[in-house]
Design a protein around this ligand. Structure first.
Ligand code: CA2
Length: 138
């Protein structure tokens, strides 16, 4: 059974609780439970942190023991050389995802430190971005 982990970065713990016009009204945990049921052929885990170093630790840990990482590093996507370096250093393929279409938003969201070392990038499909990333590993 393939092991996939979804790693979410800062403020994504607020999904479904704030700014529903941009990020939707479902909490991540509610969404995560539905995709776990929908894709029983994969083992899905979820980790969220608001702390850059914790995200790097998790990428390093999963990067040699999981079959896939789905990474929404949130604002750190656009700022973190450290997270970009961690993605470059591991063996497990990483799919970068974003809920919103970052290219429709401010200029600073158009750049990603992760994308150059990602297997692929899925942007702008709401929470379905995560589901598309899961199916890319099946
Ligand atoms: O669209 C995405 O998935 C983002 O990664 C979300 C980040 C943003 O900084 C990126 O540019 C694009 C922000 C996550 C904040 O999540 C919230 C969720 C609910 C309420 C407030 C913030």
């Amino acid at each position: 059974m393939k092991k996939i982990i979804i790693i979410n970065g800062p403020n994504l713990n607020l999904l479904g609780k704030r700014e529903p016009d941009i990020y939707g009204s479902l909490t991540f945990i509610e969404f995560f439970e539905t995709i776990k049921l929908k894709y029983p052929s994969v083992t899905l885990e979820h980790f969220q942190s608001n702390i850059e170093g914790e995200i790097i630790d998790k990428i390093q840990e999963a990067g040699f023991s999981f079959d896939g990482i789905i990474l929404n590093a949130a604002a750190y996507t656009h700022t973190s050389v450290g997270i970009g370096d961690a993605v470059a250093a591991i063996e497990t393929p990483v799919v970068e995802v974003h809920i919103s279409n970052t290219f429709k938003r401010e200029e600073f969201r158009h750049h990603s430190y992760i994308a150059p070392n990602a297997k692929g990038v899925i942007v702008g499909f709401g929470l379905q971005s995560y589901e598309l990333a899961v199916t890319s590993f099946i």
